[in-house]
Design a protein around this ligand. Structure first.
Ligand SMILES: *[C@@H]1O[C@H](CO)[C@@H](O)[C@H](O)[C@H]1NC(C)=O
Length: 223
């Protein structure tokens, strides 16, 4: 009789909750997540065995991630593992700390995992590829931001083109002005040369006459 009572109590206290928990964790259910581990691949000789202690650590790490993400008091019992395979893979679900029969939505688990991926990886000395949360991508939380954002590159190119245009315009106008100056100077030289040639031709022309013609010329150009 006592044995029977003990068995019933055992069933109610130990077996029933775990049976219920196992019922909550169903592979491919909308709220369930799958994990694949490649401990040997990652650590080779230093590989550790996936045992109850490691599972405890996983549940603790997941509870930690869920706590940080949801700011609710998740505990070990809220992280339920099931359908473990030898070459380690398993499924898990997360129950609400407010009601252990309610499952946390998968999108919340995904966000928590993505946010604290590095902390979970660190606990197991594994990487994103050797500790795989199937269909949960670590890039979800921290999208890869290139060092130089695309708009900055476009902006740089546009500014560069405008700058090059301004430099081109400035240099071309300067060059044109210089050419004009040179042309004018050359024409002036020719005039002077012509005048000199004339004076040389005339021979007898005195310097005084030459000067007056020059000053007359000046007056003309001023007008
Ligand atoms: C998961 O485990 C349960 C109970 O051990 C079993 O009934 C079920 O078929 C398993 N599902 C898969 C997909 O392996």
């Amino acid at each position: 009789m006592l044995k029977r009572i003990f068995l019933v109590i055992c069933f109610l206290v130990i077996c029933l909750p775990s049976a219920l928990a196992a019922q909550l964790c169903i592979p491919n259910a909308p709220e369930a997540c799958q994990v694949r581990l490649s401990i040997k691949t990652a650590l080779g000789e230093k590989a550790y065995e996936w045992n109850e202690h490691e599972k405890f650590l996983f549940r603790a790490a997941m509870a930690f991630a869920m706590r940080k993400h949801k700011e609710q008091e998740f505990s070990l019992s809220d992280i339920i593992l099931c359908n473990e395979t030898v070459r380690v893979s398993f499924w898990f679900v997360v129950t609400s700390p407010l009601n252990p029969s309610v499952l946390v939505e998968r999108k919340d688990i995904e966000k928590a995992v993505s946010k604290f991926r590095h902390r979970i990886n660190g606990a197991f000395l594994l990487s994103d590829t050797t500790l795989e949360f199937v269909n949960i991508y670590p890039t979800l939380a921290a999208p890869v931001v290139p060092n130089t954002p695309p708009w900055l590159i476009v902006f740089g190119v546009v500014i560069g083109l405008i700058g090059a245009g301004i430099v081109f315009l400035l240099t071309s106008t300067i060059v044109q002005k210089r050419r004009k100056k040179q042309q004018k100077a050359e024409e002036g030289d020719e005039d002077i040369e012509e005048l000199e040639a004339k004076t040389v031709e005339n021979g007898s022309t005195s310097e005084g006459v030459y000067n007056t013609t020059f000053s007359d010329d000046d007056r003309f150009t001023q007008m």
